[in-house]
Ligand binder design. Structure first.
Ligand code: SAH
Ligand code: SF4
Length: 386
């Protein structure tokens, strides 16, 4: 088996090149060809010595995940379903906006955390993605979009690790993948524009702060342990007080001066004014301190097995007002791409019945992008980072 070069960050690629007897600057050249130019064939890499290209052909390859389907929403959102083998698939979503392009990336096939309101969680855990499989989502999307939008410059400006899976339960693949995203010789994304979203794996939040501090979003969803234990089972291991302490430690190294809390609004479960008041008490800055968090309220995207219902709009607005009145910046996330099941928590809903995946995919309309297809951004929305 030859090495898939998408698996390596620049240091990893330099080590690989060293084993071939090549200097580090060769690794940098190779890295740029792969990530900046989207090249997958060594013979296209014209400024690499012929002898190196020959060596690479026998020892390495550049292989992205195979695309199973592509859907384009009326709002310009694009969802790709990628085959990760064994009857499993993962999803990646591109969300175009006026001033940025955000890619929502998956870290695992399935998820072991099993949150009650999440269809990925209901599906169970299949496996961790490799670093190359995480990077492959960005590599494919960036170069596909550049080609089809006929753009020379970068299309994707932001990455959110908010697709399938719990990124901090796949730490060893996550960190090299983040390094590729941030590297100036690859995608050159700023730390502020790469967000890891976690359900609260406390020890790994600390490690991320040391190893690769990018923006952090924490899926809170409840103002007390009794309710959070029920909605996010990981809370039984890392309860709210420990989670908030970890958030504050993270802030010392974070590229932003706030943590974003995500809060999925569930009718009658976590959305009353009393819940909002309890939240305020939990996160209110002590006198003289500035606010250290923001809230992003996510309207629940229902799926039958959850038995849960989306909050009324009036409840979401009242909840948001209580937080805002207490001085906490609060946004309500606009749902994007729900006509193609690309909204939060709807990802790879099709894969729930894994044995049936091919049939279900073939029943859906796969839209191939043509120049006529409108890919222009449509309107702005509140997403976790700007
Ligand atoms: N595992 C990580 C990241 C992936 S989930 C995490 O939980 O943070 C990304 C976001 O989607 C999380 O905030 C999650 O709570 C939210 N989410 C999951 N299912 C949802 C649903 N059905 N409706 C709305 N948001 C959902
Ligand atoms: Fe996993 Fe996040 Fe879904 Fe919870 S919300 S089950 S942590 S993907």
């Amino acid at each position: 088996m030859t090495a898939n070069l998408l698996d390596y960050d620049l240091d990893g690629l330099a080590a690989f090149c060293e084993r071939l007897g090549e200097k580090r600057f060769r690794a940098t050249q190779l890295f740029r060809w792969i990530h900046q130019k989207g090249a997958a064939q060594f013979e296209d890499m014209s400024d690499l010595a012929k002898s190196l290209r020959e060596k690479l052909k026998t020892t390495a390859h550049v292989q992205a995940l195979p695309v199973l389907s592509q859907h384009i929403s009326v709002d310009g959102t694009i969802k790709w379903l990628f085959d990760v083998g064994g009857g499993n698939a993962i999803e990646t979503v591109f969300i175009p906006e006026d001033d940025r392009g955000t890619l929502c990336v998956s870290s695992q096939a399935g998820c072991a955390v099993a949150c009650r309101f999440c269809s990925t969680g209901h599906q169970g855990f299949s496996r961790n993605l490799t670093a190359g499989e995480i990077v492959s989502q960005l590599w494919f999307a960036e170069h596909f979009l550049r080609k089809h939008l006929k753009k020379d410059e970068r299309v994707i400006s932001n990455v959110v690790m908010m697709g399938m899976g719990e990124p901090l339960q796949n730490y060893s693949a996550l960190v090299p993948a983040l390094r590729v995203m941030l590297d100036d010789h690859a995608y050159g994304l700023s730390r502020r524009r790469v967000t890891v979203s976690t359900s609260g794996v406390v020890p790994m939040m600390d490690r991320l702060g040391q190893d690769c501090p990018v923006a952090l979003a924490v899926s809170l969803h409840a103002p007390n342990d009794a309710l959070r234990d029920d909605l996010v089972p990981l809370n039984r291991k890392y309860p709210i007080a420990e989670l908030l302490d970890a958030c504050k430690r993270y802030l010392e190294v974070a590229p932003r001066d706030f943590i974003t809390f995500e809060y999925c609004m569930l009718d009658g479960v976590n959305d009353t004014p009393a819940h909002a008041a309890e939240l305020v008490k939990l996160v209110r800055p002590v006198k003289g301190e500035r606010a250290w968090c923001k809230f992003n309220l996510i309207p629940f995207n229902p799926f039958p097995a959850s038995g849960l219902v989306r909050s009324q709009q009036s409840a979401v607005l009242a909840f948001s007002k209580i937080l805002s009145d207490a001085g906490i910046v609060t946004t309500i996330r606009k749902t994007r791409g729900d006509d193609i099941d690309a909204a939060c928590g709807q990802l790879a809903g099709d894969v729930q019945d894994r044995t049936n995946i091919q049939t279900r995919i073939s029943k859906r309309r796969t839209i191939i992008i043509t120049p006529e297809n409108e890919l222009a951004p449509q309107g702005r929305e509140d997403i976790v980072n700007d």
